[in-house]
Design a protein around this ligand. Structure first.
Ligand code: ADP
Length: 183
């Protein structure tokens, strides 16, 4: 059945970077709702048009839209041998939808990347300078608030599936921690 891994952690924790490295190492698809939504915005699809201003404000795109794109993605052949979820589920309702669609085994382990708040703001401000549309000071604050209100409660919901990984070091050191968490 392959590995079904979920990355949890605040914006700027390095989920995207670590998930991409791990997906390559394991040979499973990296399913990132942030990437899929940004692609939809860039392509100007119906979904993209609805998501654009919501994302720019740092709020969550409605659950039904996000759940639909993830279900479609996970139904593709390459996800039959496992997958790595990054940015989804992002609240308890999305987590319930995932379990309803694919069962309790839809997440085998939830890797929680832990990074200090000061470091997060630093990293996101740096990314802002590189030009991502939702990385500006107000939006960063809003995304951290949304994380605390909506996403963090899922850490408790996933209970003993959660394994904490120190996200503070250099990319390769964090990756070593990710690999250690999975053996
Ligand atoms: P980050 O983790 O740095 O906030 P992402 O790329 O995961 O970045 O997400 C960027 C934006 O895309 C979010 O702020 C939100 O607006 C939207 N988004 C991504 N995933 C989801 C999701 N599962 N549910 C709702 N909105 C989402």
């Amino acid at each position: 059945m392959g590995r079904r891994i979920l990355f949890l952690g605040p914006p700027g924790a390095g989920k995207g970077t670590q998930a991409a490295m791990l997906a390559t190492a394991l040979g499973v698809p990296h399913v990132s709702t942030g990437v899929m939504l940004r692609e939809a915005v860039a392509a100007g699809t119906e979904l993209g048009k609805r998501a654009k201003s919501i994302m720019a404000g740092g709020d969550l795109v409605p659950d039904d839209l996000v759940v639909a794109i993830v279900e479609e993605r996970l139904a593709r052949d390459d996800a039959a041998c496992g997958y790595l979820l990054d940015g989804f589920p992002r609240n308890v309702a999305q987590a319930r939808a995932l379990t309803a669609a694919l069962g309790d085994d839809s997440v085998e382990v939830a890797l929680l990347l832990e990074v200090d708040e000061d470091e997060i703001v630093d990293r996101l401000m740096k990314r802002a300078a590189e030009g991502r549309a939702d990385d500006n000071e107000d939006t960063i604050r809003r995304r951290l608030e949304v994380y605390r209100q909506e996403t963090e409660p899922m850490v408790a919901a996933y209970g003993d599936k959660v394994v904490a990984v120190d996200g503070m070091g250099a990319v390769d050191d964090v990756f070593a921690g990710v690999v250690r968490a999975l053996v």
